[in-house]
Design a protein around this ligand. Structure first.
Ligand code: SF4
Length: 694
């Protein structure tokens, strides 16, 4: 340690990486953050993973930070004053609006930033731009959860709490979640539960870390979730394990679903999934017979060309055995980014205003027009996955991107580059000169979470405080003020003095946040408040759907969901099935972890390079050894990477991350989306792998 305790003060805040929402104490000496340590938050119980412990603050002091607005002239960025840049941005967007209409503009919000910024951004797009073309990165991760669980239960969020699903439960059914890498502190709590006697069923095409302690690992073929879940339901119904009372009293649509799954016998499903029928029977029985058994899932369910169907299948399974609305049970999507739950709650969606108030509900627009004192566009907007292709066809002309880097994160990188280049006007509001920012006409500098007062909402719907731990970078405006200024300069009515004022407006328009304020959160430094929290005396809601579902009529609905094969399957030219994901030491584009010197060393030699996991049988056939350079191609592009040979993936399968610029898997991935939520399929695409001779 390079400091003495007496020289320092501590300031508690919330981790900026994953949706676990861990509480961190930042150690500050003379205004500079010198260390971080775990605080005793409700979700993290004095634990932090390597990212929270070592990579949550150094990036903010990086010399790479943007400090001045930049306007591109003759292909080169030139520094500008805020006034000049804001006028320029507002004038260019206004001109495009006048020439091509409000729906030629769009805005992407930042699921990494605080709720208050997200609320302000969607308001800028709606009252300034005059369109509902607003979205956030949930579109490329958990939008299927929002749409799927919203349809079946009435609320697209985690039903229970992390503590509840990892304490004294009989069985955890984990599907499509590499929890110890992507949500490490929740992963540690699952490990703790298993140590205390909980049985763990893992459904995953890879041998992830948690399979080592699982009672059952169903290593199914990629893209077969719906078939497998239908097969488990077939077993449960045939063995008389369905909860008939719950089904009769609290659900609708059962008979139709039951008729469909009658066809999904364990034998038939085993063939589709590459499993033994006995594995499916055992998993179904173990889950159905358990008293307390939560389902925990993540992007292995959602990021498919049938992602929403996968989420709704999980809902079917839990409803079938009456395991919703009860302690130690429920349906628990682990939201990816630290505040992706909040960005969705705040209405950064083309379908919903804040609080999931549907644009197509006739009550919604009049309510917001009254609250905001302005006429609003009634037309449902485009998702981010529709906006970019629409730039290429000329339908979208101007785009404002707040804290996102789609050139790195979105599938089919070469196409995304062309789409961004087709825009008439691109503004990027960022901490660093990202790859997307380099393509912008204007780049605006932003503030990090360490320089703001605000809130994040974690995966458990827990609204927690974010505190200003360091002085904002000199000359950089508050992000929410930038949005107010652009909206005002475009003729929109929008003004906020502080983020606390924004939270008060959120509470006024969104009943689920109705009882939440900065003042009230002072009394909840470690546990925040879980929505719905509808009044100042409401303690919040740890478990959803206890007495009734939030759908009209109060009942949940079973969906009838036949299995469909993934959009793209291997063939003779592209014989391997590629799945993509994250790893422990880095996060998404690495904007933060890349600028944290220590984390590279912690990751270990060789782990700072792009790698592709290949099964040892295939590697031997191709003459590839561990660490060898390989060329990887799909129908969309070719990259080079390094082979990680072993048995984590099955034969004829492969796995990559998009963390590494020297071999970003998104040059390969398939932009085909699911029909409902429009989320791309990052989990299944066809590739070929060739050795690169030295
Ligand atoms: Fe941060 Fe997630 Fe790690 Fe917790 S588990 S410290 S929230 S990255």
């Amino acid at each position: 340690r390079k400091y003495r305790d007496w020289e320092t003060t501590k300031m508690q805040t919330t981790c900026p990486y994953c949706g676990s929402g861990c509480q961190i104490n930042m150690i500050v000496r003379n205004g500079e953050i010198v260390d971080a340590e775990p605080a005793n938050g409700a979700a993290n119980k004095n634990m932090l993973c390597v990212k929270g412990r070592f990579a949550a603050y150094r990036f903010a002091a990086s010399k790479d930070r943007l400090t001045k607005p930049l306007i591109k002239r003759n292909g080169k960025f030139e520094k500008a004053s805020w006034d000049e840049a804001l006028d320029y941005v507002a004038n260019r967007f206004s001109q495009l609006k006048a020439d091509y209409g409000a729906d030629s503009l769009a805005g992407f919000s930042c699921s990494r930033s605080i709720n208050e910024d997200n609320y302000a951004l969607q308001k800028m797009v709606r009252v300034g731009f005059g369109t509902n073309n607003v979205d956030n990165c949930a579109r490329v991760c958990h939008a299927p959860s929002v749409h799927g669980l919203g349809t079946t239960l009435g609320s697209g969020a985690m039903t229970n709490t992390v503590k509840d699903i990892t304490t004294d439960v009989d069985v955890i059914l984990l599907i499509g979640s590499n929890t110890t890498e992507a949500h490490p502190v929740i992963g540690a709590q699952i490990r703790g539960a298993v140590r205390n006697g909980t049985k763990l069923i893992v459904i995953d095409p890879r041998k992830i870390d948690l399979t080592n302690i699982a009672t059952l690992h169903l290593q199914q073929k990629g893209g077969t979730n719906v078939a497998l879940l239908n097969g488990m339901m077939n077993v449960i119904i045939n063995e008389g394990l369905a909860d008939e009372k719950f089904i009769a009293e609290r659900t609708e649509g059962y008979e139709k679903m039951k008729a469909l799954v009658a066809d999904y016998t364990p034998e038939k499903v085993a063939k589709i999934c590459g499993l033994e029928p006995t594995e499916i029977i055992k998993a179904a029985e173990m889950y159905a017979r358990a008293d307390k058994a939560p389902i925990v899932y993540c992007l292995g369910v959602t990021e498919h060309s049938f992602g929403t169907e996968g989420v709704m299948s999980i809902s079917n399974l839990a409803l079938l055995v009456g395991k919703v609305g009860k302690p130690g049970c429920g349906i628990n999507p682990l939201r990816g980014q630290n505040n992706v739950q909040g960005a969705c709650d705040m209405g950064c969606s083309p379908f919903d205003l804040p609080g999931y108030q549907k644009l197509n509900d006739p009550k919604t627009l009049p309510k917001f027009e009254k609250a905001w004192g302005t006429k609003l566009n009634p037309d449902i907007g485009m998702t981010s996955t529709q906006v970019l292709p629409a730039a290429k066809t000329g339908k979208i002309k101007g785009l404002f991107i707040f804290g996102e880097d789609p050139l790195v994160t979105d599938p089919n990188t070469s196409a995304v580059r062309e789409e961004l280049a087709s825009l008439d006007f691109l503004v990027v509001h960022e901490l660093f000169m990202t790859e997307t920012a380099q393509m912008a006409d204007v780049v605006l500098p932003g503030l990090s979470y360490l320089e703001k007062e605000g809130t994040f909402t974690n995966t458990e719907r827990r609204v927690q405080r974010v505190h200003q731990v360091m002085k904002p970078l000199s000359g950089v405006m508050d992000d929410f003020k930038v949005f107010c200024e652009i909206a005002k300069r475009m003729g929109g009515k929008m003004d906020f003095a502080t983020t606390s004022d924004i939270m008060d407006e959120i509470a006024a328009v969104d009943p689920a946040y109705g009882g939440i304020s900065f003042d009230r959160l002072k009394a909840h430094p470690n546990d925040g408040l879980q929505w719905p929290c509808t009044s100042p005396t409401d303690p919040g809601t740890p478990i959803l759907h206890v007495d009734r579902f939030t759908r009209p009529g109060g009942k949940a609905v079973f969906m009838t969901l036949p299995y469909e094969a993934p959009n793209e399957l291997p063939n003779d030219d592209y014989p391997f099935m590629l799945c993509t994901g994250r790893e422990l030491y880095h996060y998404n584009t690495r904007a933060y972890s890349e600028r944290t010197p220590g984390i590279r060393e912690k990751a270990g030699k060789g782990r700072d390079l792009s790698y592709i996991e290949i099964n040892q049988i295939n590697a031997a056939e191709m003459g590839i050894s561990d660490g060898d350079k390989v060329r990887v191609s799909s129908r969309r592009g070719t990259i080079e990477s390094y082979a990680a040979v072993g048995d984590v993936v099955q034969p004829d399968a492969a796995f990559m991350t998009f963390h590494f610029p020297d071999g970003n898997s998104n040059f390969l991935t398939n932009p085909a989306t699911d029909d409902i939520a429009k989320c791309p399929d990052y989990k299944v695409c066809a590739i070929k792998i060739e050795p690169v001779k030295a």
